[in-house]
Design a protein around this ligand. Sequence first.
Ligand code: TEU
Ligand code: CA
Length: 533
Amino acid sequence: MTAPWWQNGVIYQIYPRSFQDTNGDGIGDLRGIERRLDDLVSLGVDAIWISPIYPSPMVDFGYDVADYCAIDPRFGTLADFDDVLMQAHRRGLKVLLDFVPNHTSDQHPWFVESRASRQNQKRDWYIWHDAAADGGPPNNWISDFGDSAWEWDETTGQYYYHAFLKEQPDLNWRHPAVRAAMYDVMRFWFDRGVDGFRIDVLWHMVKAADFPNNPPNPAYRPEMGEMHRLLQLHSTDQPEVHRIAAEMRDIADGYGARGQGERVLIGEIYLPVDRLMHYYGGERPEVHLPFNFQLIDTPWQARALAAVITSYEAALPLGGWPNWVLGNHDRPRVAAKRGQAQARVAAVLLLTLRGTPTLYYGDELGLSDVMIEASQVRDPRELREPGLALGRDPVRTPMPWDDSENAGFTTAHPWLPLNADWPTRNVARMSEEPQSILTLYRRLLALRRNRRALSIGNFVLLNVDDEMLVYERRHGSERLIVALNLGAQSHRLPLPDWGRGSRVLLSTVADAALVEDGALLLGSNEAVVLEAG
Ligand code: TEU
Ligand code: CA
């Protein structure tokens, strides 16, 4: 039996504003993505996920959607999108869109209607509530971007709920008409040929019906950001969300069942593993891949990583397919957190663990967080709670393609500054360098494509100590050993009997790893993939 594409493939996240500009406005666009498809094929990924491209006031850079079934003119037209889709498919690449169902823009016609009067037929499409007895907000819920999650509406004399910005009112998913309208949106894109969706804040979509106060978070420290003052016990992860996820899955599965290609759903869910697992579904299947963000936050130590991997593997429900993420457009980049040497080790980890990896654009260059001057800040998260390093601009900077003007990203002034080292840290240059992290990513992706042990094989933890993490990936007679050195000391690791004669397929460090007398000699900050035989 062959595994479906979303199990053995690798997903690549594109932040479209920052990928490739083609019309000289300093903002990436769909034609830019189309122009770079061959680069993605040569990198070796299988699918692209494009962050939102729908018409939007861009208060949250597209996560405030004003029309779910169109393309923002800054990114192009629906025809441009169809071209991207066709050109991607011609190259064997799948295309995933970002679906933002929890909230719309306050400029969406639905919300314009909803706020027009209490009698409007779309009133209940959003979450309206009377003031508390003292005239204040209905409860203590805090927006993820700080401050009360309730906004007073003068015209109609009620508060509306927004888990994010006040310009992002939450939809009322308990309303059947909302569900029906949003399911039609999914069909609109599926009918055009889209291969799946990454679903924004899936765990936020349903709130406790009686809106009780959230309890205080005992672990809260101010530098975490105000949202963490409370535990989001009643505002997120409610039991009713699972029915919605199952209904979405039904829609996706309908296409596969009709022989129109398997469509995938990926849920953006920040929850502890035990809660996360529920989103695979119970009696009814839910999302194929509930995003697993643990590699982003786990301390970069061998024992901590081993614990995360084994506990996640153990928690997976029967038939649940794992997935791993090292970075995205909201979180610090892996190179910034772990340093350049360990960013290479992280690449090996991401691409040799069991489960679908999602790669964040630029991480294949070892791109780090870019310092943004106060005057250049664009992210509302930073603007609302400045100075806590919560801003996301540093990880959303333009892709450096070559050493021409503005790194080949744009002929205009880029919307965010480029990484200062772009004259050398760029795709063209690093493609020529046999030791670059980009070359490492290419080789890893090629290896993963050629070795089923890596894409769909079993995972067995072989060894863990203070600095070394060693595991086996096995498929049939194909047995690979992956050894990571998370530290700066070199190590000598005796290999299991079956692996004594292993040869090195790939290393993060030139000519360092060695198999000698049945032991592996691993250099400082080195990760290797060995093949037994
Ligand atoms: O992110 C949800 C989310 O959990 C993060 O916003 C998180 O709260 C924040 O980044 C903490 O650092 C999704 C999108 O990925 C994000 O870009 C949007 O701003 C948000 O939803 C609202 O749509
Ligand atoms: Ca542009």
